[in-house]
Design a protein around this ligand. Structure first.
Ligand code: DQQ
Length: 464
């Protein structure tokens, strides 16, 4: 969370001089979106973060209405930030790509040559009014920038630029283009090689719902395939939604010194009411836990970074709990920083429910339907009402996840107003919820009989 004010997309996530740096879209003066700055925090271990001064403010002609999302890369000991200069003239937006450089990773100087990519380098390849979120990567001897834009008929498009020195950039290719069903604009692209696949992640606006996927107004999509670096095109073999909760957008990754592909996303959604703003708490928005990515069976999977487990204190452990139609309840177990690990045998039941952070009238409900293999999350009774622009009611999300030897394996990380759930190591559900009544109980119910083989409860020490 930002110390104060509004935050959205993670930006410039990078491992630089032995520390992780995370920048983020930030409006320091209100808990609503406003002219974007880059907030900044750094960490040695991805767990303990130190707040740093704002890195970029909208103070130039070419970025006067916002320093929009972008990325960071190191070259010869210097840290280069690439971001979008956002300008509004007579109600019309213009977006260009800009550069700022730092020697210490704290103070940044904007390039005298900004913007480094403008309408001239864009030509007819995209739309200057929607042209943003540069992510710069290195491949062989060259640097490549992927940037989001759209076609004249509102299809998302990712462009690629190339540079030898990070200072001057030439148009290289159209990396990928969406179709009519895949959103009216794509945002925040990120391209990397992982486990033998080339992976492009992007955040489409208003992508059409497909089964259980893309239920939120803005979604995140992972495209897996093979890059042709000669033509600069990605041949997509498969794609899917990245997270199945209510609040996950604009993820960005970095490669760290342990060669891990680590990702952080904004843990909110556009076009929703923000309870912390409405309640006058002077902040809005947060980031997910850092997660390590891998490719497994054609899907991009996520797990919490292993660093987290060092900070976990295990408090209770239970084994072989039989659960039937009468709820089994543990009182006063769920706190603001609770971690749960559950292994449940569902071979003898059609459905199983967990009532999480339960009070008299409120709680989150997780359930698994063994007949459809669907895991679901309901925040219908979760307290403060959250509404958005989605066509579907905003109270339930589902994802298909097969059991492992008839077992459901869940890891749950709760923070004060969020829950991140990892389901059988295959899918995640990330959601905010804002209690009105404090709910500290947890109940389990099965339609027939479920056996909780192991139930571990811990807490993350650092949030004390
Ligand atoms: N947020 C930024 C844009 C980006 C969008 C503006 C995605 O650069 O496209 O705050 O959430």
């Amino acid at each position: 969370m930002a110390p104060v004010g509004w935050i959205n997309d993670p930006n410039g996530f990078v491992y630089f001089q032995g520390e992780y740096h995370l920048f983020y879209q930030h409006y320091p003066y209100d808990s609503q979106w406003g002219p974007m700055h880059w907030g900044h925090a750094k960490s040695k271990d991805l767990i303990h973060w130190q707040e740093l001064p704002v890195a970029l403010a909208p103070d130039q002609v070419y970025d006067k209405d916002g320093c929009f999302s972008g990325s960071a890369i190191e070259k010869d000991g210097l840290l280069y930030l690439f971001y979008t200069g956002h300008v509004v003239e007579k109600g019309v937006t213009y977006q260009t790509q800009c550069l700022a450089i730092s020697t210490d990773g704290i103070h940044f100087e904007k390039s005298a040559n900004n913007p480094v990519i403008d309408a001239q380098n864009l030509g007819d390849k995209g739309d200057i009014h929607d042209f943003r979120d540069p992510k710069v990567i290195q491949h062989d001897e060259a640097y490549y920038m992927v940037v989001a834009t759209k076609t004249a008929s509102d299809e998302g498009r990712i462009l690629m630029y190339r540079s030898a020195d990070l200072l001057t950039w030439d148009f290289y290719s159209i990396l990928l283009q969406g179709n009519k069903d895949q959103g009216i604009m794509w945002e925040c692209p990120d391209l990397f090689h992982l486990d033998g696949q080339d992976v492009l992640i992007l955040s489409p606006i208003q992508i059409k719902q497909a089964g259980l996927e893309y239920q939120n107004i803005s979604s995140t999509m992972a495209c897996l395939g093979q890059m042709n670096w000669q033509t600069g095109e990605l041949k997509v073999e498969t794609f899917h939604e990245m997270d199945f909760g209510f609040d996950f957008y604009a993820p960005q990754t970095t490669l760290d010194a342990k060669n891990r592909r680590v990702m952080i996303a904004w843990m909110q959604m556009w076009d929703r009411n923000m309870p912390t703003h409405e309640l006058g708490h002077h902040w809005a928005g947060s980031m997910t836990l850092p997660r390590e990515l891998h490719v497994r069976e054609g899907r991009l999977i996520q797990k919490p970074v292993s660093d987290y487990y060092r900070e976990l204190e295990y408090l209770y452990g239970f084994e072989n709990i039989s659960v039937e139609a009468k709820p089994v309840t543990f009182h006063k177990l769920i706190k603001d920083n609770t971690y749960l690990h559950l292994v449940v045998d569902l071979s003898q039941t059609a459905s199983f429910e967990i009532h999480f952070a339960k009070s008299k009238n409120e709680g989150i409900i997780y359930s698994y339907d063994a007949t459809t293999s669907e895991f679901s999350l309901s925040r219908e009774k979760s307290g403060y009402q959250i509404t958005g622009k989605e066509a579907q009611p905003l109270n339930k999300r589902r994802v298909k996840v097969p059991l492992i030897d008839n077992q459901l394996v869940l890891e749950v990380f709760r923070d004060t107003s969020s829950v991140e759930v990892f389901i059988n190591g295959l899918a995640t559900m990330t959601s905010t919820f804002y209690e009105i009544e404090k709910g500290e109980d947890i109940s389990f119910v099965a339609s027939e009989k479920a056996v909780i083989g192991s139930f571990e409860v811990g807490r993350v020490k650092i949030s004390d």
